[in-house]
Design a protein around this ligand. Sequence first.
Ligand code: URA
Ligand code: SF4
Length: 213
Amino acid sequence: MAAPRPPRFDAAAEEVARTAAAAPDWESLATSARGCVACPELAATRQHVVVGDVPGSGRPRVLVVGEAPGATEDETGRPFVGKSGALLDQLLGEAGLDRREVAVVNIVKCRPPGNRTPKAPEVARCSGWLRRQLELLDPPVVVALGLSSAKWFLGPRTVLARAREEGPVTWEGRELFVTYHPSAAIRFGPNGAPRAALATDLRRVAQAVGEAS
Ligand code: URA
Ligand code: SF4
C-alpha cells in the first residue's frame, strides 16, 4: 500500500497566512500574532508570542531573522535578549550597526519547549506572519542566522557552511546573507570558527547596508 500522502494543505497555516496578509501595519500584525494559537503545543507552553523588534523609524535597512525565542525571549516577549542576543548586539556594534536600527524577528514566534528545533508544521504555520513582516518592513538587506532560518529562505536542502561561503544572494529583490547563529558562535567558543565567520559576515552586512541606503 502506498504511504499516506501528507496533507496538501494545513488549514491552520492557511488561516495564519490569511490573517497576516490582511494586517495593514506592524501594530495590527503584532496584535493578531499575540493571539495566535495555530500551534497547539507552543501556544499552551509559551509565556509570550515574540513578534519581533522594529526600529523607531519602522523602515529598517536590515532585518535579522533568527530561529525561535529561547527562555529569556519567552519571558520578556522580545527577540534576542538572552545570551545569543548579547553576542548579536556586540558583533553588530563591532560591525558598526546599532541594534536599535536593526529589525529582528524569528522564523517561529513562540518558544519550542526545551528549545527544541521548531517542527516543520510550526514553521509552515508561522510563515504567514514572517511573510507579512517582510512585506511591511521591506528591508533591502536580510540576514538569516543559523540553519532553520537559512532553510526558510533557501529551501530544506540548504547546507549552512556552503550557503554562507557562496555569499549573499538576491532573494525576492533583497540581498540575503546567510551566516552562523550566535548560539553556534557561543558553543564553539570565542576563538572558534563560527564566531569569526559571524563577525566577518556582519561586517559585510554593514557594508551592504551602507550601500543600500
Ligand atoms: N535564538 C533565536 O534564534 N532567536 C531568539 O530570539 C533568541 C535566541
Ligand atoms: Fe502562531 Fe507562530 Fe506561535 Fe505557531 S509559533 S502559535 S504560528 S505565532
